[in-house]
Design a protein around this ligand. Structure first.
Ligand code: NYM
Ligand code: MG
Length: 209
């Protein structure tokens, strides 16, 4: 019987080390003979991604509702590709997902309610594991590059962190990211490998449905 790959999501505030960790996890899985690929949201290479990129770099302005739906559309563009890869036995390491979508929008506190924000995400694939890299906004603030894009202020990151907390469920593991890159990679890989094994014969399901 063919087995499926696992859908692993890495979440966190800006500059919490997600991208480096995603690369390290991928390399480690591949070294262990586990076929895996990296996916990153937003995917800035698609048409929706180009507009999202402009918005984040402050060269385009959009209503909060519009950018929220664009981030979601950017995930929907990849849904069938992701399902194909997973059913072909490829594990996906995903740098940000719907949780960033909801947390960053909800943190704006402009009246968009949680149910409305979650709604366009329903029907996307449900992750098997969400690893949340927890880092104090005060530490994040000192990291190289912080402050270059929209959303990258201490106050907003604190609000985003509190919004992420509202989205946790039993698929989440909160990991203290205030440690060395290598140690953190080791911790994350040790969480991922058993999940890859456990979900092999389980069906895929949909998020928030
Ligand atoms: N972001 C990311 C959102 O606001 N909604 C989303 O759905 C996603 C996936 O984009 N500040 C925000 C979080 C980040 C920014 O992501 C770009 P990154 O991983 O920093 O390139
Ligand atoms: Mg960023």
């Amino acid at each position: 019987m063919s087995t499926r790959g696992a859908l692993i999501v890495i979440e966190g505030c800006d500059c919490s080390g997600k991208s480096v960790q995603c690369r390290n996890i991928l390399e480690s899985l591949n070294n262990q003979g586990i076929p895996a690929e990296l996916i990153r949201f937003p995917d800035r290479t698609t048409d929706t991604g180009h507009l999202i990129d402009k918005y984040l770099r402050n060269t385009a302005d959009l209503p909060d509702q519009v950018i929220h739906l664009l981030f979601s559309a950017n995930r929907w563009e990849l849904r069938s590709k992701m399902e194909n890869l997973l059913t072909n036995g490829i594990t996906l390491v995903v740098d940000r997902y719907s949780f960033s979508g909801v947390a960053y929008s909800y943190a704006k506190k402009n009246g968009m309610n949680l149910e409305w924000l979650k709604s366009p995400e329903r029907g996307l694939l449900k992750p098997d594991l969400v690893l949340f890299l927890k880092l104090e906004p005060n530490v994040i603030k000192q990291r190289k590059g912080f402050g270059e894009e929209r959303y990258e202020t201490l106050e907003f990151q604190e609000a985003v962190f509190r919004c992420f907390e509202l989205l946790t469920d039993d698929t989440w593991k909160i990991v203290d990211a205030d440690t060395s890159v290598d140690k953190l990679s080791e911790i994350l890989v040790s969480q991922v490998v058993p999940v890859v094994d456990r979900v092999k014969t389980l069906p895929l399901s949909n998020l928030w449905s």
